[in-house]
Design a binder for this molecule. Sequence first.
Ligand code: NI
Length: 164
Amino acid sequence: MNVRILGDPVLREISQPILEITDEIRELAKRMLVVMKETDGVGLAGPQVGISKRIFVVCADDGIDRVFINPQIIETSVETCGYEEGCLSIPGYYEQVERPKYVTIQALNEKGRRVTMETQGLLARVVQHENDHLEGTMFIDRIDSKKKEKIEAKFLNKTSSKGA
Ligand code: NI
């Protein structure tokens, strides 16, 4: 299981819902948590490991491992805040991203139990960032378009020069 990098088309796909929470899905979540920790991430979404399914894992400031399956953000605050975001799929780049300060998210956990969470701080930030991945959206889509183009050019050039 390796982390996919900007330029890989799977990162731009819309992920499919998970129809049944099987042992295979639980195993996937476990492996994703391992990869996330090995790479010093605070969140990791299915597409980032090449799996176009609606699942992400998070371990934010409270140190609790959380699995979100078929998540839905059901409420967002009007109040927003900025935070310097990075992404395991865009290594080495960090930019300020403005997002709602609080969000309520509903999802199934790895046991298939429906969980509703009101989030704030880093957790609110990470669940929004990861939820974006399931829609094929990355944090660079939420920054100034010139900055985005510069970052994209770096990765897309890298990919194409491999064949040369
Ligand atoms: Ni990311």
